[in-house]
Design a protein around this ligand. Structure first.
Ligand code: ZN
Length: 448
């Protein structure tokens, strides 16, 4: 190795008194080309941090002398942008989450896996770079930002989300679209031809639905949910937006946080899946914005329903990613279908979840038409099922029904208005249970 390579090596400090953690992290990090330093106590860690100024720190929660949280605070007091990844023993997840709230970048649970260590470290180092760029951009943009803030005055400024860089840990960049665009299709309920116009919005505005003939807007938030029979609808005064869940899922997966959507009371059903919406967003283009939005971090397990083998339930647990596992149970030959999806990228969503179509049952169809629903549910935008058999089409995946339920969950949970970090497991549930769980999340984590 020549000297130049050595100079450019990223420096990583490991603060942990456990010898086997030191040894295993050292071998992982050195193999990947990082220069590694060790400290066996908080005091020693702080000293080494001052001398070395590492690019990232792995910090154990339980340490002799001053503990991990105290060490974290002392380091952040010196450098608030330091990337610190906490290492937590099994069952210490709530302390780890507290550390993250106090400014740690992320946490890892023991036993450590090579894959996770590298994933979190690389994300952390990228994030540090983004922070550094932001500091630079912020000073350049300061003037133009003051201008735009003044423009927003009087337009419900109190609900604007304005985050400082200090709050940027556990956050993502806000996003909108590059330019306005229009989508044509049929409404599922009305059966009429309808369009959908999307327009970019500035940071902090959120997702909002507008109607073509009435002024004002409905924020895409759980507080405005109106009905959940067969589809998710929101309402505010005379304004309504029906069947929003598949488009909301697409926005959730694309990370779009600020968008105005103008419709004639309902989002077009397209082919019953989210593929046409993904193509629509792709052709429009996504624009990253210069503010962050914090994730909702699930720190305790919540359950709606009864978690039994054949029971109807939805559960959310702490996890370091957003994932959904769903099980549908119908008569044979459909039988039991389970699908597990981890939302790592828009591409994964496009490939695994977006193509899964809406489905319905023949014995419900007459009920639906009596309610004035599903007029647009033509033979080509609906999987029609009778006594465990699909009547009108070939399934796109063997677990297409479970995957569609995951699509609905991804859409409904975006009514929290922020990205979410937690693991969802659900069985036999629908929009009503999703809404109950979302309300429970809101009550439990009161800061939402
Ligand atoms: Zn659906």
């Amino acid at each position: 190795m020549d000297n130049e390579t050595k100079i450019n090596m990223k420096k990583i400090l490991v603060i942990d008194d456990e010898k086997n953690i030191q040894v295993s992290l050292a071998s992982i990090l050195q193999d990947e080309g990082y220069k590694t330093f060790f400290a066996a106590s908080g005091e020693e860690g702080i000293e080494k941090f001052k001398n070395i100024r590492p690019d990232a720190i792995f910090l154990d929660i339980w340490l002799p002398g001053i503990d991990g949280l105290e060490t974290l605070q002392r380091i952040l007091a010196i450098d608030p942008t330091q990337i610190i990844i906490m290492i937590s023993g099994h069952g210490n997840i709530s302390t780890a989450v507290r550390a993250v709230k106090q400014g740690a970048y992320d946490f890892l649970e023991k036993p450590l896996s090579l894959e996770k260590v590298m994933l979190v470290l690389k994300r952390g180092l990228d994030f540090r770079q983004v922070l550094d760029e932001n500091v630079r951009l912020k000073s350049i943009l300061k003037e133009s930002k003051t201008d735009s803030k003044q423009k927003m005055k009087g337009d419900e400024a109190s609900s604007d989300i304005a985050f400082d860089l200090d709050e940027a840990m556990y956050s993502r960049k806000q996003k909108t679209i590059k330019a306005s665009n229009i989508f044509y299709g049929l409404g599922l309920h009305s059966g009429e031809k309808t369009g959908m116009v999307i327009k970019p919005l500035p940071t902090g505005k959120g997702i909002r639905f507008e109607n073509i003939s009435v002024s004002g807007y409905i924020p895409a938030k759980i507080e405005f949910v109106d009905t959940t029979s067969y589809a998710t609808s929101i309402r505010k005064d005379d304004l309504e937006a029906k069947t929003i869940e598949h488009f909301m899922a697409t926005l959730h997966a694309a990370g779009i946080t600020n968008l105005a959507i103008k419709i004639n009371k309902e989002v077009p059903i397209a082919d019953g899946s989210a593929v046409p919406f993904c193509e629509f967003i792709r052709s429009t283009g996504v624009q990253e914005q210069d503010e962050f939005i914090p994730e909702i971090v699930i720190t305790e397990t919540l359950l709606v329903g009864e978690e039994t083998e054949d029971g109807k339930f939805i559960k959310i647990e702490p996890a370091d990613r957003f994932s959904v596992t769903y099980t549908t149970i119908y008569p044979e030959p459909l039988g039991r279908m389970t699908y597990h999806f981890v939302m790592n990228s828009f591409e994964d969503f496009e490939r695994e979840i977006a193509p899964a179509r809406t489905y319905g049952f023949v014995d419900e169809l007459s009920k639906l038409s009596q309610m004035g629903l599903a007029e647009g549910g033509r033979i080509d935008n609906f999987i029609m099922i009778d006594r465990g058999k699909v009547l009108n089409t070939e399934l796109r995946f063997k677990e297409e029904l479970a995957r569609h339920k995951i699509l609905d969950i991804i859409g409904d949970f975006y009514l929290l208005g922020r990205p979410i970090r937690g693991k969802i497991t659900a069985q036999k549930t629908g929009h009503s249970e999703n809404v109950r769980m979302i309300n429970l999340i809101k009550q439990t984590f009161a800061d939402i």
